[in-house]
Design a protein around this ligand. Sequence first.
Ligand SMILES: *Cc1c(COP(=O)(O)O)cnc(C)c1O
Length: 462
Amino acid sequence: MKYVSTRGNAPELSFADAMLTGLARDGGLYVPAEVPQISPADIRAMQGLPYEEIAFRVMRPFIDDSFTDAVLEDLITKAYAGFGHNLRAPLVQLAPNHFLLELFHGPTLAFKDFAMQMIGQLFEYELTRRGDRVTIVGATSGDTGSAAIEAFKGLDAVDVFIMYPHGRVSEVQRRQMTTPSESNVHALAMDGDFDECQARLKDMFNHFEFRDAVKLAGVNSINWGRVLCQVVYYFSSAVALGAPDRKVSFTVPTGNFGDIFAGYIAKRMGLPIDRLVVATNQNDILHRCISTGDYTKGNVTPSISPSMDIQVSSNFERALFDAYDRDGNAVSQLMDELKTGSFSVSQGALQSLRDHFDSGRVSEDETLTMIREANANMGELLCPHSAIGVKVAEDLRDRAVPMITLATAHPAKFPDAVEKASNLRPPLPNRMSDLYERSERVTRVANDLTELETLIKERIAK
Ligand SMILES: *Cc1c(COP(=O)(O)O)cnc(C)c1O
């Protein structure tokens, strides 16, 4: 399996190299040259299998000979061993034909653990085999950073630096990043918002001298390896509800478009998915784009669902690449236009996006109301992100098709918003109940590329 860049101007790479590289050298994102197909019979054969076994069957065809079957099985087992639920991704029913997929039973209580725990295993194995070492730098609005630190802490082959917007992550998120004591972990509180953190990260990747000097690797949701790990739970949940013999739809609380893009890949592989619904908060660039074709950057307005507070949605480029019939030049042109603030999607490409995706936007007040109502009427305490998903799903869903809404974080990760809405303060699971007592370690940094690069070089030289 070869991987190609969405901008058509970077070398084709194997799975392992695409994973270790992150962003392509032409500024694009790696995607598989073609999407492997899974037959209805193979999907049916997944019914009743453990999550790990489904993960192996879904991921195997994308991974070429970078990893042997035995190694892949072993790494999958290790990746999910630390989850607090035997099913890994259990489904609960909210209403007739509406189900919640709980993706928050991993070590940092958000769905990002599904990908990050697996990527940690893949990186460690591959780098050790090569006798190599990398510097992982990530930008986070909260959950990616904690998941990355949890997955990579203490590994020999990596240093991990995480930039988060100072003062704009929840206390639980911050503590999950600042309390690990392993010396290869570096939490950086940057002045600015998440988009600025992400922009500095992209700058580092485009600064080849620095990139090569520190062997920069990325594990943001632009990393193809992460997208791939997330494809698995679309299969496990659809199969649990009768796929391939019954169609299902998904609603996904969306920010960087990584999670829902994994659903799109599942559909392209042959999983019978009816609709993929993008749910956004008030930072609604994706909802605006899917409804009108206009992709105009606004300013980020901080919300109670901070992991979706973005105005530039990195993985959307992957969807555009397909919508423009895999024309890297067309995508390159759009991304150039975006530097001045906006682009508009052509009629043909917009139609092609709408063949798969619907979208909805939820205000802050509606989010709080949804949390309250879900607790009162559905018996489920939702985090604000998941509440946005449930609200959009309830508004848009076709009652005849099972809808699966992704619960992307545990309510205890966002206790203030949940308490404001419901008067209930969700407790942390036992395994992390001492989080508030652990001591913190963090470096304040300016929104300045040179300063950041100097700091990283100094730290890894030690
Ligand atoms: C990251 C995150 C999202 C958004 O996921 P994308 O893949 O960026 O669209 C939604 N909810 C939570 C809790 C998250 O951590």
